[in-house]
Write a protein that binds this ligand. Structure first.
Ligand SMILES: C[S@@+](CC[C@H](N)C(=O)[O-])C[C@H]1O[C@@H](n2cnc3c(N)ncnc32)[C@H](O)[C@@H]1O
Length: 263
């Protein structure tokens, strides 16, 4: 069904933890949104279903369809469901690149959080998701710009590794800032967006360090593919964590929450 770089079982724990931490807080991302009681919502690329559960717990929506193409992630998501969220959330195994027409025209709100950054063709996914909106429905995309790659250091060996990663990675690590323009291109109107800076210092740095270590575990095979050998991949990861910890080095990235309407 396609290649996703972070399929590992332990990735579920990281997705859950980051959603409740400060740097990727769902509560902060969705502070300015509300959901009406009759809304039908899609959580596209739901992972562990953490966002679907947040919506089900905070709003009385009609129902939420949570889609993901990973069997493992969907199983983990179902295991995490409890209480009234069980009735509200319905899981579906779907590839967002080849979405089935039965989903077309069904949704008041379609949300896609930290998913299109992993896509070879994010526009294809956005076009598919647009088809699932009702008239006047809204699409909300949450994405990052600069995560991982924005670490500034003057360590020459580390910098060579980082440039190698940037050259070979198959995803757009700067996609966040492009999303409002992408929403316009797929024909949505009334585009709105907000951006917040995650400055990795103090508590934020500790959280990002822990998150990065877990990302590296989930990305183990992907990084060996990028760097050619296990040894080079491990050296990059070790240097990354060391450089992250130096107070004179900066790691700052931007989180974009973007919305467009299907008028
Ligand atoms: C970084 S996780 C984000 C999960 C969730 N949206 C969250 O906020 O925690 C990306 C998710 O997208 C899913 N995914 C990646 N490519 C996909 C595709 N082509 N179709 C459906 N799901 C996909 C992965 O299985 C994974 O669960």
């Amino acid at each position: 069904m396609g290649i996703y770089s972070m399929e590992a079982a332990i990735e579920a724990a990281r997705l859950e933890e980051q959603a409740y931490g400060g740097n990727y807080s769902i509560e902060a991302e969705f502070r300015n949104f509300s959901f009406a009681p009759n809304e039908v919502v899609m959580d596209a690329g739901c992972g562990t279903g953490v966002l679907s559960r947040y919506i089900a717990e905070h709003f009385k929506v009609k129902h939420i369809d949570a889609l993901d193409y990973s069997d493992l992630r969907l199983k983990q998501a179902k295991d995490l469901l409890k209480g009234s969220a069980k009735r509200a959330i319905h899981f579906h195994q779907q590839n967002l690149n080849e979405l089935e027409p039965k989903f077309y025209g069904q949704y008041d709100t379609v949300i896609c959080r930290y998913v299109i950054e992993h896509m070879k063709d994010p526009m294809l996914v956005l076009e598919n998701l647009k088809k699932t909106l009702k008239q006047n429905g809204r699409m909300i995309i949450v994405e990052l710009d600069g995560v991982l790659i924005n670490l500034y250091s003057n360590h020459h060996v580390f910098n060579r590794y980082l440039e190698e990663l940037k050259g070979k990675i198959q995803f757009d690590m700067n996609i966040g800032k492009k999303v409002p323009s992408y929403l316009k291109r797929i024909g949505l109107s009334d585009i709105e967006w907000s951006a917040s800076l995650v400055s990795c210092q103090g508590k934020n740095l500790l959280e990002e360090r822990d998150n990065t270590m877990k990302r590296f575990i989930a990305l183990r095979d992907y990084f060996i593919g990028i760097f050619g050998t296990k040894e080079r991949s491990e050296e990059f990861q070790r240097l990354y964590l060391e450089e992250m910890d130096k107070p004179e080095n900066t790691l700052v990235f931007t989180k974009y929450v973007c919305m467009g309407k299907n008028i």
